[in-house]
Design a protein around this ligand. Structure first.
Ligand SMILES: [Zn+2]
Length: 93
């Protein structure tokens, strides 16, 4: 049922991380999106994965600034573990 595009997602996303929980999924309309930052050691930039827990669609935003307070996965082992636990996410590109 997913006809959403990458642009649909970008347009729907809130600017503020605090309001992701109130954002409707562009793919299925469910309320609340999850996100996770990934980064590099000694860098404020990384990438951000955003997904819907209901329909499992999501997007990857590359080269994004990571807020100081954000929980960021930097270690390769942490990122691998995350990917194992979220293997059902279907990225829209
Ligand atoms: Zn959804």
């Amino acid at each position: 049922m997913n006809n959403s595009t990458y642009m649909d997602w970008l347009k729907a996303l809130p600017a503020d991380d605090e309001t992701f929980r109130e954002c409707a999924c562009p793919a299925c309309g469910s309320l609340g999106l999850a996100y996770q930052y990934f980064g590099f050691r000694d860098s404020n930039f990384g990438w951000k994965l955003i997904w819907c827990e209901v329909c499992k669609h999501g997007i990857n935003i590359s080269r994004t600034r990571i807020p100081e307070s954000a929980h960021t996965l930097v270690e390769e082992s942490e990122q691998a573990e995350f990917n194992r636990q979220h293997s059902e996410i279907r990225l829209i590109s």
